[in-house]
Write a new protein. Structure first.
Length: 216
């Protein structure tokens, strides 16, 4: 009788151990409420942080060009794709800003390290005689941080902030940033492929020329 009781107790203990291990396994696999921030240089988007309020002085310090409308009908993909112009906070239609081309659209975010590398190269290209207009699209990061970054880097070309993901959707932006698009003289929207992290104005010029078919 005592041997049977010991065997029963042993069986109970092992059952408890198995249940505890199963619970620990479920807890380990359960999704966390807060993810760790991306490692430095990561191109993966972090969890969105609360938007900071833009100080008018930030806009003045950045000295960005206005999101002025260009001539011609924009690519159909950009119809109704609007955001906020970082220069003055007004509503901006990306299609109207690029018109029927040619133009270069660059998509970036403040947490994207390669974006920080290529934004100054894009600015140097934009300053060259004969370059196509460059328009920035800031995504997945708040406008105040974007203005701080552009001021730090000395980037002044027109930039539209995509606060509600309309521009990302219209452009079909991939998961990895940065991404660049060329609007051709015929009003076609073409993504620069393979993607390039620009380090010089010459690299930007070569990519634009190649995407336009050697006409620039």
């Amino acid at each position: 009788m005592s041997g049977g009781l010991r065997a029963y107790r042993t069986e109970i203990r092992w059952t408890v151990v198995v249940v505890v291990l199963a619970v620990l396994g479920v807890v380990a696999l359960w999704p966390r409420e807060a993810e760790q921030p991306p490692a430095p240089g990561s191109t993966a988007a972090p969890r969105p942080a609360p938007d900071r309020t833009v100080d008018p002085a930030q806009r003045a310090a950045a000295g960005l060009q206005a999101c002025a409308p260009a001539e011609g009908a924009p690519p159909p993909e950009l119809a109704g794709a609007t955001g906020s112009c970082l220069a003055d906070g007004t509503r901006a239609d990306l299609g109207a800003v690029v018109g029927d081309g040619p133009a270069l659209i660059n998509v970036w975010a403040t947490w994207c390290a390669p974006c920080r590398t290529e934004l100054p190269a894009l600015q140097r290209y934009a300053e060259r005689p004969g370059s196509v207009p460059v328009v920035g699209v800031q995504v997945l990061s708040d406008a105040a941080s974007g203005l701080d970054l552009l001021t730090e880097l000395g980037v002044r070309f027109p930039t539209v902030h995509d606060e509600d993901n309309r521009l990302r959707s219209a452009l079909g932006v991939p998961a990895v940033l940065p991404a660049s698009y060329v609007v051709t003289e015929r009003g076609e929207l073409r993504r620069i492929d393979p993607p390039v992290v620009f380090e010089s104005a010459d690299e930007v010029s070569d990519a634009v020329r190649r995407t336009l078919g050697g006409t620039r």
